[in-house]
Design a protein around this ligand. Sequence first.
Ligand SMILES: *Cc1c(COP(=O)(O)O)cnc(C)c1O
Length: 518
Amino acid sequence: MSDDRTEPESVRSVAEPDGAERRRPAETRFDQARWTTDGTYEPLLAEKDLTRVEVGADDAGLPDALTRDSVELPALSEPELARHYTRLSQMTYGITSGPYPLGSCTMKYNPPFTEDVGALPGAAVHPDRSDESIQGTLELTFRLQDYLGRIGGMDAVTLQPPAGAAGEFVGIRVASAYHEHNGEGYRDEVIVPESAHGTNFATAALGGYDVVSLPSDEDGRVDLEALEAALSENTAALMLTNPNTLGLFERDIGEIAEMVHDVGGLLYYDGANLNALLGRARPGDMGFDVMHYNVHKTFATPHGGGGPGAGPVGVVEELAPFLPAPRVRRTDAAGGPDANESADAPVGEGRYELFDPEHTIGKVHGFHGNWLVLVKAFAYIARLGDEGLADASAKAVLNANYLASQIEYEVPYGPVHHEFVASAGDQDAADVAKRMLDYGVHPPTTKWPEIVSEALMTEPTEVESKATLDQLAAAFDAVAAEDDATLEAAPERTSARRIDQVAAARNPRLSWQALDDD
Ligand SMILES: *Cc1c(COP(=O)(O)O)cnc(C)c1O
């Protein structure tokens, strides 16, 4: 990919319509909001002027020991409150601050209309209500099952799993139940390419399988000889994502599917990269038997920090009887109750009910899953339609290839689909990431996949314009030209410098009182 790259000189400046040159944005440095002079933080509301307020505890009907007559609350005007939260929001980096090309995570801007739909009266229903009284909820579930089935080329879908990783686990449990049912419970191996997401290895292990790691070939794709050697009568499944985590389409997918099926194994599709194929190609048509959808990556729902998201699972007909319970079906369709009946029927007509698939693996989530996330996904798919979804994948792929062609860091594998992996070369990818924050852009995913040394895994997504991609390219190139000392000292211009990420994850302080306890 480096061969046909535009000369760096010419990409550093962008021609204005009248031919004049203007400086590219990376040359302007970036300062994140910092609101204190002594290095401490924005005061918490509880640290502001407190005022004692009487509360009507008598009416609460609670035991005396649990009630108070008054509480201390911050005495703030509405603008003071608004400013507090605005300041806090400016002390971190989010998709509304600037581009967020975190590879594999698909951190795209989600249109607020999906939030509006999720907030409509009636979108949230009490989980214990009878099927009879939530026909609209069940219809929406049914239609989303159908949408996702059609998008993925799958015959039946469950919406219950609350995340991609949870979907993987459900998919592998369904595969186990299928093999068990066929008297092939002895199959004890799941094959996972070395470039796969960590959750694939964890899923296979948690599902009780021995994990067989599959090396990549020189092109960064599945090595067919290695696959041949790994496959046997003990193979329960091969887990793949396509395009893979290098952004490369597995061109031999037809042959791979045949090889796996020939030994009686199942082909699992990790749907995290489905945005590359949306409206153009379907895992089901490639020979995949079971897949999860990362609703919060491919469709709409802000994510990061652990959710909430949703990881529906789709399967081919043979696996449908093993899906989690309950699923939703139409009961009045011509031809009788059929969970796969197309959702083309007019909205609001028809009757819907919950049912347990014949050999179900059981329940995997309370009630209807992360319901409001599913409502948002439904709204997004319905609004974009077939053409909009196909347009999203086209732009995701175009944007990734454009950005890959513009940066000076080497991109060893390509052409790509929705993401690419550059190498930071002699620089430390983690330092590069910290330094990019100083230029006002979020860094890519770093040091993974390990096939590329000092990996910078970059996914601009379909939502960014050419101007923003140029801004990202300029930030990459500015950092590429800097020395180690500068990188090691970064970030300089953010509200917090380097934090202890391990301690933050392992030892979180979840309330301000914890600070006082030290
Ligand atoms: C994000 C991701 C997962 C896991 O999905 P979550 O929804 O975060 O649990 C699995 N595989 C790949 C390739 C991913 O990028």
